[in-house]
Write a protein of this length. Structure first.
Lengths: 176, 280, 364
C-alpha cells in the first residue's frame, strides 16, 4: 500500500468522523429548547431590563419543553416549577384527562416569536404575544391518530417567582 | 365490485364518493363559546385534545357530543377521527371576574405616579377575555377628591398609574367591569420629614432637646418609631443619640456642656442647628 | 520485654502531663510580681474565684463575687461567653515593696478575639507578692418603674393559598446613599451607607458582585456583621464588604444587591453614644473612644459598635466595628473603643451607631 493510498484513507476516515459529529450535534440541538426570539419595543409602562429579557426567553422556552414532556408522557410532575396559577391548573387537567382516556399529545415545537406588550410598573407581571410554529399530534397508544402543523398565536402572562419567570396564562387565540 | 383492471375509473369515482361522504359527515365547528356543548357527526371514534381536556369519544347514533364543562377552557382544540383532523376554537364568554394587582401596598403621600393598578379580565371559566372591555378604576382617600379613570383593556389587561394624594391614610383602590368590582387598600404614609426643627433647654442631668411635631411637607405627621438623630459637639467630643419619634415628637437628653453645637437630622434630611451657650 | 514497654509508655505519659501542666516560660510562683499576676490569672482562667482571691491584696477589699463579675462577666454580657486564653505581662517598674505590671489579656469569644489591657499594682505582703485589684462596685440602678411605650411592629403576611393579586405587605424601601470601593490590605473593600426610606422597619442585607473586565463574575460577598441589619424608619446604617485577594484593576464594575424584608421589631432600646473622640492608646495607635449609655429600662447584653469614617469631602473611607465585653445596664455609661487605621489621614470625620443583642426581648 503506498503513501498516497494511506493518506487518502485517513482523509476519508476524518471526513466521516466530521460528518458524524455534525449529525450528532444537529440531533443534540434538536433535543434542546426551540428557539425563542423576544422583542420589547411595545412593552410598557416599565422598560424590560436586559437580564429580564434573557430570563424570559430562557424560562419560556423551558416551560414549553416541560409542557411537551408532561403531555407526551401524561406526567404532571414534568411541569416542574415552570408553570403556575391558571396555566398550571389547565395543564394538569389536560394531563389527568389523558391519563383517564389513554390519549396522549405530542408537541413538536419549532420556535417562538415573542412580543412583549405590557410590563407592570413594579415588574410583577409581563404580558406577551407569542407567534409559535407548532406541530401537534394526537396519540392513541403509540399510533398517531391526528396531527396538525400550524402557526398558532398565544396570549401569555408571566410572573416572577423566587428564581425564575413562570407562565401563568397561556391562551391560544385565532389572531391578534 | 368490478375489478380494478376492468373499470379503474369507476372504482376511483366510488372511492371519491365514499370519501366525500365521510368528509361531509365530519362537521367540526370552527368556533364555539366556552361552556357550550358541541355535537359532531361521526361514524368513527373522535379524539379531542385542547387546554385542560383530552378524550377519545365513541359515536352514538352517528354523532359525539362534547359537553360544555369539558370545553370550558378557551383556546385551540384539535379534533380528529383518525382520518381527518380539524381545529376548533373555543372563545371566552362574558367578563365575570377581575384579578386586580394594586401596588405597592404602601406609598409616600403627594408623590406622582407611584400607585399602579393592573386588572386582568376573565370570564367565569378563568379565560382571559380578549375583546376590548372598559375597566373603571377609582382611587378614594377620605378628605380628598376621588380619582376616576376608565381604561379599555387590551388582550385582557387594563392598567393605570396614579399619584398618591397629599393626605395620608388608607386609599381605597377599586377596579370594576360592569357590576363586578375588586377593592384593594393602598396605605398612604407620610413622606420625608420637612422643616425639621428642635429646641433645647437645660435639665438637671443635661440638655434636653426636643423637636417640634415632625411632619412631611404636606403636613402629615411622620409615624412613631421614625429615627431622629441628635448630635452634640462640645469640648469632650461628639455625642449622638438616635431618638425615636413618640407621639409625633422626638426628644433626647444630651450630656451637660457649657458650650456646644447641637444639630438634628432624620434619614437624609437635616434640621436646624443650636449653638448652646451662645447665640442660636 | 512485654512488661517493659507499657511501663516505659506510662512513665512517658506522666512526664508529658507534668511538662504540659508546668505552664509558660514565666515563673508562676507568687515570689515575683509577674508570678503573682500569673498565679492569679491562672485561677481566673479556671474560673476558680476563691483561688484567685488568694493572690489579691487585702487592701483591695474585693470578694470572690466581685472578681467573678469583673473578670468572668455578668448580665449575659459578651464576657460571660468568653474565656481567658492568654496573659502577657511586662514589668514597668519594680522595687522591694511594690511593682507596676502591665498585663495584656486575650479572650476568645464567639465574635473573635477580645483584648484588654491593665496596669496592675503588685505589693509585697510578707513573703508573697499580691495583686492590688480593687473592683469597682457595680452601680446600683435604683428601683423604679420605667414605662416601656416605644413602638413595636408585628407583621401579618398573605397566605400561601391567596389568589393571585390578593393584597400583601411590601418589604421596606431601602436605598444605598453612597458607595466607595477601595483597595486595602491586599484586597478590595466596598464601603457605603444605606437608608430605610420607608415607615416600617426591616431586616436588610447588602451584597456586592464584582464584574471583571470581560463581564465575568469575579466574586460575590455580603456585608455580614459590618452593618446593622435591623433598620428602623429613616435609620442609616453603614456597610462594609470585603473581597480578599483581589485588585481594583481587575474590576470593571460593582453591582450592589441590597435586600430587605419585613420583620417584627421594637423601637427600643435607645443607646446614646457619648463623648466620641480620637485619642492615642498605650501603643501610640489612634483609637476612637467614647461611652455608651442605655437609655431604656432593659439591659442590653451585647452591644456592637460600628464606626463610619469619612474624609474631609464626606466620602466614606472606612467602616470599623467592635464589641463591648460588658452589658449595658440602664442609664449606666460603659466605655468603648475601636481602632482607627493609620492610613485614613488626619482630617477624618466619624459617625458611630450601636447594634445590640439582647436576651429576653419578647418576640425579637
Amino acid at each position: 500500500m503506498n503513501t498516497r493510498t494511506i493518506l487518502t484513507r485517513i482523509g476519508l476516515l476524518f471526513a466521516v468522523a466530521v460528518i458524524a459529529a455534525l449529525v450528532a450535534g444537529t440531533t443534540l440541538a434538536a433535543d434542546n429548547a426551540a428557539p425563542v426570539q423576544l422583542s420589547i419595543g411595545n412593552a410598557g409602562p416599565r422598560e424590560v431590563e436586559e437580564t429580564t429579557q434573557k430570563a424570559i426567553a430562557r424560562d419560556y422556552g423551558r416551560a414549553w419543553q416541560s409542557m411537551a414532556t408532561a403531555l407526551a408522557n401524561s406526567d404532571p410532575a414534568a411541569l416542574g416549577d415552570d408553570w403556575t396559577g391558571i396555566a398550571r391548573d389547565k395543564l394538569r387537567a389536560q394531563v389527568e384527562s389523558q391519563q383517564r382516556s389513554g390519549v396522549r399529545t405530542r408537541i413538536v415545537d419549532r420556535g417562538h416569536r415573542l412580543q412583549a406588550m405590557f410590563y407592570s410598573a413594579e415588574g410583577s407581571a409581563l404580558q406577551l404575544r407569542d407567534t409559535a410554529q407548532i406541530e401537534t399530534q394526537i396519540l392513541d397508544g403509540d399510533d398517531i391518530v391526528g396531527s396538525d402543523t400550524a402557526t398558532v398565536n398565544y396570549v401569555v402572562v408571566m410572573t416572577p417567582s423566587a428564581d425564575r419567570w413562570q407562565v401563568r396564562i397561556l391562551q391560544a387565540v385565532p389572531s391578534f | 365490485m368490478m375489478t380494478n383492471a376492468k373499470h379503474p375509473a369507476l372504482v376511483g369515482i366510488i372511492c371519491l364518493l365514499f370519501l366525500s361522504t365521510a368528509h361531509a359527515q365530519w362537521n367540526v365547528p370552527e368556533r364555539t363559546q366556552a361552556g357550550q356543548d358541541v355535537t359532531i357527526r361521526a361514524s368513527l371514534d373522535v379524539y379531542v385534545v385542547g387546554p385542560g381536556f383530552a378524550a377519545k369519544l365513541k359515536p352514538e347514533n352517528g354523532s359525539v357530543t362534547i359537553k360544555g364543562d369539558q370545553l370550558r377552557n378557551a383556546g385551540r382544540y384539535l379534533v380528529s377521527n383518525g382520518q381527518n383532523s380539524a381545529v376548533m376554537w373555543v372563545e371566552p364568554s362574558e367578563p365575570a371576574k377581575l384579578n386586580f394587582l394594586a401596588q405597592p401596598s404602601r406609598v409616600p403621600a403627594a408623590r406622582p405616579g407611584v400607585i399602579s393598578g393592573t386588572a386582568f379580565v376573565f370570564d367565569n371559566n378563568e379565560n382571559l377575555v380578549l375583546s376590548s372591555t372598559p375597566v373603571k378604576f377609582d382611587l378614594r382617600v377620605e378628605g380628598a377628591p376621588t380619582i376616576s379613570r376608565t381604561v379599555d383593556s387590551r388582550d385582557g389587561v387594563a392598567w393605570i398609574r396614579s399619584d398618591s394624594s397629599r393626605r395620608e391614610g388608607n386609599a381605597e383602590f377599586t377596579a370594576a367591569v360592569g357590576g363586578i368590582g375588586v377593592k384593594r387598600i393602598v396605605r398612604q404614609v407620610a413622606a420625608e420629614p420637612c422643616n425639621l426643627s428642635m429646641r433645647a433647654r437645660p435639665e438637671k442631668k443635661g440638655i434636653l432637646v426636643e423637636t417640634a411635631p415632625v411632619r412631611d411637607c404636606s403636613g402629615n405627621a411622620v409615624p412613631d418609631g421614625t429615627i431622629v438623630t441628635f448630635t452634640q459637639l462640645d469640648s469632650k467630643g461628639k455625642t449622638t443619640v438616635d431618638a425615636r419619634v413618640k407621639k409625633g415628637v422626638a426628644a433626647a437628653l444630651l450630656p451637660p456642656a457649657d458650650s456646644a453645637t447641637i444639630s438634628v437630622a432624620s434619614g437624609v434630611v437635616m434640621g436646624n442647628e443650636i449653638r448652646w451657650g451662645g447665640r442660636q | 520485654m512485654n512488661r517493659i514497654l507499657p511501663i516505659v509508655f506510662a512513665a512517658l505519659t506522666v512526664l508529658l502531663v507534668v511538662v504540659g501542666s508546668a505552664g509558660g516560660g514565666v515563673d508562676a510562683s507568687p515570689s515575683t510580681p509577674e508570678g503573682a499576676v500569673h498565679s492569679m490569672f491562672d485561677r481566673v482562667r479556671a474560673r476558680d474565684w476563691n483561688g484567685a482571691l488568694q493572690h489579691v491584696s487585702k487592701s483591695s477589699n474585693s470578694t470572690a463575687a466581685d472578681l467573678s463579675r469583673e473578670l468572668g462577666g455578668a448580665n449575659a454580657s459578651l464576657k460571660t461567653y468568653s474565656s481567658l486564653e492568654k496573659v502577657e505581662t511586662s514589668v514597668l517598674h519594680h522595687n522591694d515593696r511594690e511593682a507596676l505590671v502591665r498585663a495584656n489579656f486575650q479572650y476568645s469569644s464567639a465574635v473573635g478575639a477580645l483584648a484588654d489591657l491593665r496596669d496592675l499594682k503588685v505589693v509585697r505582703e510578707g513573703d508573697a507578692w499580691k495583686v492590688e485589684f480593687p473592683v469597682q462596685k457595680p452601680p446600683k440602678v435604683p428601683p423604679q418603674v420605667i414605662p416601656v411605650n416605644y413602638l413595636r411592629w408585628d407583621v401579618i403576611t398573605r397566605g400561601a393559598d391567596d389568589d393571585w393579586g390578593a393584597q400583601n405587605v411590601d418589604p421596606p424601601k431601602i436605598r444605598i446613599t453612597s458607595m466607595n470601593a477601595v483597595e486595602r490590605d491586599g484586597g478590595i473593600t466596598v464601603l457605603g451607607e444605606l437608608v430605610n426610606e420607608d415607615t416600617v422597619p426591616g431586616f436588610v442585607a447588602v451584597g456586592a458582585l464584582l464584574i471583571g473586565q470581560n463581564g465575568e463574575t469575579l466574586a460575590e460577598e455580603t456585608a455580614f456583621d459590618k452593618m446593622n441589619h435591623t433598620v428602623l424608619p429613616k435609620e442609616v446604617t453603614p456597610f462594609r464588604i470585603d473581597f480578599p485577594g483581589l485588585k481594583l484593576a481587575q474590576v470593571k464594575s460593582v453591582r450592589m444587591q441590597p435586600n430587605s424584608m419585613l420583620v417584627p421589631a421594637s423601637a427600643d432600646p435607645v443607646i446614646g453614644v457619648l463623648h466620641q473622640r480620637l485619642e492615642k492608646d498605650w501603643r501610640g495607635k489612634r483609637v476612637l473612644k467614647g461611652e455608651l449609655v442605655n437609655q431604656s429600662g432593659q439591659t442590653v447584653n451585647i452591644p456592637h459598635v460600628i464606626a463610619t469614617f469619612y474624609d474631609n469631602t464626606g466620602k466614606i473611607v472606612w467602616v470599623q466595628d467592635g464589641f463591648v465585653s460588658n452589658a449595658l445596664l440602664p442609664n449606666t455609661p460603659e466605655p468603648f473603643q475601636v481602632p482607627v487605621r493609620d492610613d485614613l489621614g488626619d482630617n477624618i470625620q466619624y459617625r458611630v451607631i450601636v447594634n445590640h443583642y439582647s436576651l429576653n426581648r419578647a418576640g425579637m
